[in-house]
Design a protein around this ligand. Sequence first.
Ligand code: DGJ
Length: 774
Amino acid sequence: MIITTDNAFILQTPATTYILRRTNHGHLEHIYYGPSIPDITPQDIESLAHKRTAQAGTTVAYTQEDLTYSLDRIPLEWSGIGKGDYRFSPAEICMPDGGYISDFIYKSHNTGDGTLPIKGLPTAKGHNAKHLKITLKDTSTELYLTLIYTVFQNSNVITRRAIIENRDTPPAKLRRMLSMMLDMPNQDFHITTFAGDWAKEAHRNTRPLQPGMFVNESRTGASSNKHNPGVFIAESIATQESGQVYGFNLVYSGNHFSFVELNSHGLVRIGMGISPHCFEWPLNQGEKFETPEVAMTVSDQGYNGASQNFHDFINTNIILKEWQAKPRPVLYNSWEPCFFNFNEGSLLKLARQAKSLGMELFVLDDGWFGARNSDNAGLGDYEINRKKFPRGLKPFADRLRAMGLEFGIWFEPEMVNPDSELYRTHPEYAVEMPSRHSTMGRNQLVLDLCNPKVRDYIVDNITSILDETGATYVKWDMNRHISEFYSPHAPAGTFFHKYILGLYEILERIFHPRPHILLESCSSGGNRFDLGMLCFSPQIWTSDCTDPIERLNIQGGLSHLYPPSTMGAHVSDAPHQQTLRDTPLSTRFNVASFGVLGYELDLRHLSKMERREIAEQVAFYKAHRQAFQYGTFSRLESPKDNKVTWQVWDGKKAISGLFQTMAKVSENPDILRFKSFHPKKRYRVSTRPQRLFIKRFGGLVKHILPVNLNPSGIILNLANRLHALTDCVETYEASGAALAHGIALSNQFMGSHYNENTRLLGDYGSNLYVATSI
Ligand code: DGJ
């Protein structure tokens, strides 16, 4: 709901309120953003507003008629440069009058239903949205600034963006043009960001806000695995489950920038948008520049509350309509089991096994085209490799379908290997700076998406393969950061943004006419995990690291911003490819189940027991798929530093994962809590049965077997393939109130006694618990 009064604008979602107003001088003053305040009166606004009853020393007064009106001390919705506000401005513009001074003053506003599209950029969508458009004008030039606020009734999210337009004759030049800024009084805030690198994406970092400016930025050409665009600021006392938390995220996949500045008057400014790094955008008479949208939320229910607002928003306003709430298939991916070494026959064998274990989609990953037998060659070419597929791809896809599996295919459309037919024929398609040597990433160059011919080449080749093979899933990869960014098709300073506009155009042209295709975006894992890509691809390959213990950080970090339905999560082999960590098969599944499940381990060497275990995992996941993919996801606080607890809740049942990182000797009792239940209703909780493989216990099995076996001998190895122990299964009945307090689980193994009620977790052990109402 949007309410406008004489000089104020009140934006209401079910649980949040946002208020701004026009000052006497026409600036937009920020009044309040926080948990819902119903029935707001002018007195409320007056009481909430920041006071300026005294003049502060060394401030610059905007007008001699009111010496207390200093822009440096006013919480604002937008601030220019050079009029006494010394905080960081969201825009740095070389103005038509030749200076950098800008001062945007209210001109007009209007409100309307629905969302407003942005030319060339994806946006959130939804019928239940309302928008407010406020137009401001620079006091001395014909530069107009339009601020757009969109209120999403269903998800407690408000989005903001800005449009700048030059109606003046002399040209202007944008050197920085962010999407939004917002000032608030500091409430002992902490800043949380999600940083990492390849295979260690989105680790959560929290630090106190100090005077000065904190920046979270990507300069790689993508939103990056180094710094995810999402940022939270929260009261220092906020936990996962309590306290006031603000979240901000950008609907954009390129270089991003956000800042949080604490100034000398105790005001915090947050701004977000396209990175100003090597950005310079000419704005001639009649031209507009539209910035990407920022999604904002606030919750007094801790980080979980803010995350759940974002999750609802993404599931209903970002994800394509065709894929909203739609069950995502359990997939099998050929990459880790085969890399480049496969042919039609070996893949069909894997596919048969995948099908027999319950999987639904077979994804043919890298290596099916051109001379792509390693990562040195072939990217950019779309000829099917006839050594691997003598009959082409269609017969292979048909065989999968005949087996009852869907066919999915991998592309890396934005790249070219110098050793490829494409590069030999069209070297000008690659992003290179003619006067400099080209630096490589994974032996490849980036294609120049600013060039319309390159865009056509990609669209034509991909669509013909999709249409010929009938693929229903695409994995869209992008495996290097951009360097030597230069294009004859994009004036210096416009390259990075034009590249992303080119990417969005390609995605739109390929997938808009083919909405039945499930797109999974990937960029060496989560190097482009952002709301922009999610507008096209309902799920993203979260990370090349599938080690479940590392995934607790990665999925746990990303879950602050993105729902489980968006995170590809696969079970792979152990010891793990990147960490060499040996983890139980059960834990690999238990972690992956809090995402979109897939398998990427080599099915050829599984034992009978492992096969059974996997078939049961897949069946369990399918039975609870809606809860895992679309349930309300929470990270529960744990008093222990070696435990992580996640929960999904679908309104009827909850599934909780209790993960142990490192085991402790004589571990104290573990408490399992459930959130969201009705306090008076009664629930039954039971452990998902899972197998304990004998090999995990080596020589210790002598304590439970009547015979003393050689831990590395043939008999134990054989026994491990044919037999497994059953992990302790617990069942409890309790009220919702008791479960919120927490139930004490059976003891873990403490070194001296074992029976079937002993939980054998060790390092990296875990269990899933299902709670249903009785
Ligand atoms: C990087 C991806 O993240 C992997 O899953 C795989 O698709 C490889 N690229 C293939 O080259």
